[in-house]
Design a protein around this ligand. Structure first.
Ligand code: ARG
Length: 258
């Protein structure tokens, strides 16, 4: 996950998709590496890693919530391996379990078009804490984001250990104006933009949770890592699926797959 991106040249020519942003010849030197922090074991016990290179969170003992663009269409699916129960993927306490079924938002088309969520049914229950989805319509504040993805835009490496960071939200209109210049129309009412100078999620963090503590101090999920132009570029922010907009659908899907 995240951190410091290389200086963005060629902004308009870089890929906007979840593909690793190969800086098409524009490999400017990285500025100082700021970053999130390493999460110690047990820190975010519901955070999981998916084998296609995404993150996710356990919304129920055998259901993982992730991004729609991380998975294929709805239906039986035994091709995903989920690593859970450890922030260090190579730790002896890490559990791996297979998927049996995927349910992707029926409205999902592509990550920048909204509806970027999916749930994955696992072959068995995991005895781990689950992360409830928010019951409030929060879309502003400081949120915690996490993942095993790249720690800079130009690194093609994934991390063995979970990283996390705290990022403030950015007003939708500001975020949309930036992306409009890059030719992408932000789906404002289904997205939360967040990030600050040098701190962002990055390739490989997709599907992972954006969380906040509720008024009882319990972590709840507010968003899902979805997309961004490069990583941690000044003026461009990470875009997260706004869970509150899909609360009923996600809760129903979780229930069905439990
Ligand atoms: N789509 C990316 C993935 O598959 C996530 C990108 C998040 N980018 C960002 N700048 N916040 O991992």
């Amino acid at each position: 996950m995240v951190r410091k991106a290389a200086l963005a040249l060629f902004v308009l020519t870089l890929p906007l998709s979840g593909l690793p942003a190969r800086a098409d010849g524009g490999r400017a030197p990285a500025r100082d590496v700021v970053g999130g922090d390493l999460a110690g074991n047990g820190r975010f016990p519901w955070a999981v890693r998916l084998s296609m290179g995404c993150g996710g969170a356990l919304t129920a003992p055998r259901v993982v919530l992730t991004a729609g663009h991380c998975v294929g269409p709805s239906g039986p699916n035994d091709r995903i391996t989920v690593t859970a129960g450890a922030t260090d993927l190579k730790s002896r306490t890490a559990i791996t379990v297979k998927s049996v079924e995927v349910y992707r938002s029926p409205d999902f088309v592509t990550e920048t078009a909204g509806d970027d969520w999916a749930v994955v049914r696992l072959e068995r229950d995991l005895a781990l804490p689950t992360l409830p989805i928010t019951s409030e319509n929060v879309d502003k504040g400081e949120f915690t984001v996490m993942g095993w993805g790249q720690t800079r835009e130009t690194s093609l490496l994934q991390e063995r250990r979970l990283h996390y960071a705290t990022v403030p939200t950015i007003p939708d209109d500001e975020c949309a104006a930036a992306y409009r210049k890059a030719g992408v129309e932000l789906v404002q009412d289904e997205s939360i933009c967040a990030g600050r100078h040098g701190v962002d999620t990055c390739q490989g963090d997709s599907g992972g949770p954006m969380v906040a503590r509720d008024n009882t101090g319990r972590w709840t999920q507010i968003g899902i890592v979805s997309w961004g132009l490069g990583c941690a570029r000044d003026g461009y922010f990470g875009v997260y699926t706004q869970i509150a907009k899909f609360r009923t659908e996600i809760a129903e899907a979780t229930h069905r797959l439990s």
